[in-house]
Ligand binder design. Structure first.
Ligand code: ADP
Ligand code: ZN
Length: 742
């Protein structure tokens, strides 16, 4: 008997054991095999040879070997096993992230495939308002799936999700969806290369850059595992260092992985790498159409590239001579995957580097508390860039106390007098302005002035956000996507006094248009960039100075380099501070520091104006001074005192149920089974208690936490309980090292 462990694409499942009959050659680790699971035959991946089973167990034969050579390199299979173990996920879930798209379908599925994409009317489809237009269930499902996939979805994938050709044809007839042929040979860099970005390998490094480069080169030349934290203020020229370090590593015969939070948001990095390494670069991110991603993946697998630039999942890129991993903007929360397996791309990158004896470089102007703490203790090498290149000064930051503003100008004021005056000044000087508000939509609620009725989501415990739609106002749930048109009169009392409360980016854009009718204004948030290429288009227009003002959410705070920007306005610095989340101060500090760092990157000095209700809050004060070390000192004291990360590890469990009692009862059961394991004194259990988001997509949610210093012990206890209650896996979400708690 030749027994092997096979990971199958069934959520939460551990690997299964099969026999390889004599008629089939033993498939290598990383190769795909077809195996019987229940009444079906599925494509799985070999994760182990010489598997053991209890005596007398009935072991089935594999049905077929798909690959002679491993599809995934064994090192990646091992990495996935680590991810499954650490994040308490199924091995099949972890491998699914590492597989190229379509790996479980027929070999040629991507040669010529069609992609369905929502049209503008599909995006704003007013479905559900009149009986004649009521869509079928299938059409609803298709629209919902496509709304979440700005780049469209292959028709084959829609078919897998139960959308029939008939349903799709119906949507195409109504003009809500278009079908395109996806070209395999399309260059994915087309969409990321922006105007005005060109590599410049001839320029001299500054003294500070030179010193940092020397240290990094030395670390890279050691050909061993090290982690370096490159802490460089915004505009200090970190990208230039990445490029030179990558070049050095490639010349030494090893490969480079550059991770960025979101390709379209850090286009200059991708473009520079493309410029420097030409066709020896591959790109990996989820906004690529599956066909493109598939082709790029196989180029990497065949060893045709030296450098991979990609987002979170690129950490699994099948490189086999990895010498350097760079995690740019390492503090960015988009590195954390918020679905199973809930891995953190930065942390997996470090584990991968350690296994492959590579150098990991974490770059940021505002490092995460975790990474900086490691630099303080000496676990990571800290490399600092304290100055902007060419002695450009940091932006001066001015606070506007909105309480005073309300007292003097009335409660409806959104753009303060100071900010308005500063924008007007920039417009006359033909300089550019960024305006940040980390909240999308037009208003945060509509209510009836007569009876007080508000619009709440029927599925989730949140109020609906109001957006401008073509025929009026549409209220939408940002969690489950439920939406409804806002009627002219109140649904309850029929009074025609519906009023908007709160404001989001759409409203800011409108107000700016009213105040500055001649200004060219663009908006960047998840709504405005849903369509493929929209984000790149707006950013390119701004870079080419075809827009004067860019309004947006945190998307505009990331690593852009727009030399024309001399003013950054922050409409409400407090958006994140109200949340009951121990990372709220860290997030606010990061966001404000990053966005202030977007001003004054050209020849002219920059300024930032920050509107806030809490001008005395330390994260706002210290962000204004752009004083990271002072913020770290202050925050680290709080974290230590409250026993939070980075000093204590957290694991979050969320139990879902049809009723609150259902969820609570199950959560209590899990917690009581965990209790004995706490006898070691190495961790404690908090809860169960209602989750902050008590209802989501129609389900009630109850949460608990494990908190302690020995993560492995905590994980083991949890895994043991879950193994004893296999039926709960679909109702329990486990998040190891959670970033956000909802
Ligand atoms: P960071 O990523 O640290 O915010 P960037 O790498 O974007 O900073 O660099 C900021 C700006 O300075 C960019 O326009 C970049 O081209 C420029 N720059 C970087 N290094 C140098 C240098 N040695 N000499 C001149 N300009 C530089
Ligand atoms: Zn909802």
């Amino acid at each position: 008997m030749a027994l092997i462990s096979v990971a199958v694409p069934v959520p939460f499942l551990d690997s299964l054991t099969y026999n390889v009959p004599d008629s089939i050659d033993l498939p290598p680790i990383g190769a795909r095999v077809r195996v019987p699971v229940g009444s079906r035959t599925l494509t799985g991946c070999v994760v182990q040879h010489d598997a053991a089973v209890d005596e007398g167990t009935d072991v089935k034969n594999i049905a077929e070997a798909v690959d002679r050579e491993p599809l995934l390199p064994p090192s990646i299979v091992e990495l996935c096993r680590w991810v499954a173990d650490y994040y308490v996920a199924g091995i099949g879930d972890a491998l699914a992230v590492a597989m190229p798209p379509g790996a479980r379908r027929k070999a040629n599925a991507f040669r010529k495939h069609r992609v369905a994409v929502l049209t503008t009317s599909g995006l704003e489809s007013e479905y559900g308002d009149g009986p004649r237009r009521t869509p079928t269930r299938g059409q609803m499902a298709a629209l919902a799936a496509l709304r979440d996939a700005p780049a469209g979805l292959p028709t084959a994938e829609l078919r897998d999700r139960g959308v029939t050709a008939g349903v799709l044809a119906g949507l195409v007839r109504r003009g809500l969806v278009v079908l395109r042929d996806e070209h395999d040979e399309r260059d994915p860099f087309e969409r990321v290369v922006m105007a005005g970005v060109a590599p410049d390998s001839t320029r001299e490094l500054t003294d500070e850059q030179r010193r940092a480069a020397d240290t990094l080169f030395e670390l890279a030349d050691a050909d061993d595992f090290r982690v370096a934290l490159l802490h460089g203020v915004t505009g200090s020229g970190k990208t230039e260092l990445y490029l030179r370090l990558a070049d050095r590593v490639v010349k030494r015969g090893r490969q480079v992985l550059l991770m960025v939070p979101e390709i379209a948001l850090t286009p200059s990095v991708a473009a520079l790498f493309r410029g420097a390494f030409g066709t020896r670069v591959a790109i990996q991110h989820s906004a690529l159409a599956d066909g493109e991603r598939h082709d790029q993946w196989h180029r990497i697998r065949r060893g045709e590239v030296d450098v991979v630039v990609g987002t979170r999942s690129a950490v699994f890129a099948p490189l086999d001579r990895l010498g350097l991993v760079i995690v740019d903007e390492e503090h960015d929360s988009s590195y954390k995957q918020e679905e199973t397996p809930r891995y953190h791309g930065r942390d997996v990158a470090i584990v991968r580097a350690s296994r492959e004896r590579a150098l990991a470089v974490l770059g940021s102007a505002t490092p995460s508390m975790e990474s900086y703490q490691h630099a303080v203790t000496g676990k990571y090498a800290r490399i600092a860039l304290d100055k902007r290149v060419l002695d450009r000064p940091m932006a001066a930051v001015r606070l506007v106390n909105m309480r005073t503003e309300y007292a003097e100008e009335g409660p409806d004021i959104v753009i303060s007098r100071d900010l308005a005056a500063a924008i007007a000044e920039r417009l006359t000087r033909h300089e550019q302005v960024l305006v940040l508000l980390n909240r999308r939509g037009y208003s945060t609620a509509v209510f009836c002035r007569q009876c007080g009725d508000t619009f709440e989501c029927p599925n989730c415990s949140v109020s609906l956000t109001v957006h401008r739609a073509r025929q009026g106002w549409r209220a939408r749930c940002h969690y489950c996507n439920y939406s409804v048109m806002v009627p002219k009169a109140c649904r309850k009392c029929a009074a025609p006094y519906l009023e908007h409360a709160g404001f989001g980016t759409e409203r800011i854009e409108e107000q700016l248009h009213e105040r500055f009718p001649d200004a060219r204004i663009g908006r960047v948030d998840r709504d405005s960039v849903r369509r493929k290429g929209a984000l790149t288009r707006i950013l390119s227009q701004f870079a080419a100075r075809e827009l004067d003002v860019l309004v947006g959410t945190q998307m505009i705070a990331k690593g852009h380099d727009f030399p024309g920007v001399t003013l950054v306005g922050v409409i409400s610095a407090d958006v994140g501070l109200g949340l009951a989340d121990f990372r709220a101060s860290e997030r606010t500090f990061q966001l404000l520091t990053q966005v202030a760092g977007r001003a004054g990157r050209g020849e002219r000095k920059g300024e930032a104006i920050v509107q806030t209700l809490y001008p005395e809050h330390y994260s706002i004060q210290l962000a204004c001074r752009q004083d990271y070390p002072a913020f770290f000192e202050r925050e680290v004291g709080y974290r230590r005192g409250m026993r939070y990360p980075p000093f204590f590890a957290l694991i979050n469990g969320v139990v879902r149920g049809r009723t609150f009692e259902d969820a609570m009862q199950l959560a209590r059961e899990i917690v009581s089974r965990l209790q004995p394991a706490t006898a070691t004194g190495h961790f404690t259990i908090l809860g169960p208690a209602p989750a902050p988001l008590g209802r989501l997509r129609g389900e009630h949610r109850v949460q608990f936490f494990l908190k302690g210093t020995r993560r492995a012990e905590m994980r083991r206890a949890l895994m043991q309980v879950v193994a004893g209650m296999p039926e709960i896996r679909r109702r329990l979400t486990i998040d190891v090292d959670p970033l956000s708690v909802l």
